[in-house]
Design a binder for this molecule. Sequence first.
Ligand code: HEC
Length: 124
Amino acid sequence: MRLFVVLPLISLLLPAPANAAEDGARAFTPCRACHSLDPAERGLPGPNLSGVIGRPVGSDAGFDYSPVLRKARDEGLRWDVKLLEAFLADPAAMFPGLWMSMRGIEDTAERQALVKFLADPSSR
Ligand code: HEC
């Protein structure tokens, strides 16, 4: 009986869920050390990620990719929402020998928000 009173109270005390676009932008913050979403920005340690969804894996022409990503590109693999989400869960498991020193994102909601943000960074 008391639970009916306590549970709604707890949900009132918890912070309201932030909107997904904000979560996505926040989740991208650590990636910015190595990646840009501005097509004109060059010279970072990682490939440019503007328009990444829909483009072939390993296709930033100005970036020197690892053999494992070059092989995936030659095999015709493309980034879509599903592939990107799986990649971000555990990048090195998908591409053994990957040159990206970044652990996976365990939280599914955070990964989904991040992929959404990458698909449409202007939704910030
Ligand atoms: C320490 C630097 C670094 C960080 C931090 C980093 N990356 Fe990377 N990322 C790289 C490098 C280097 C590559 C290229 C890897 C290779 O050639 O094997 C890469 C490749 C990628 C690719 C493939 C791009 C393509 O053109 O096919 C995606 C997608 C990606 N990173 C997303 C992310 C996201 C999202 C984050 C943040 C959660 C992130 N990365 C954090 C360095 C980084």
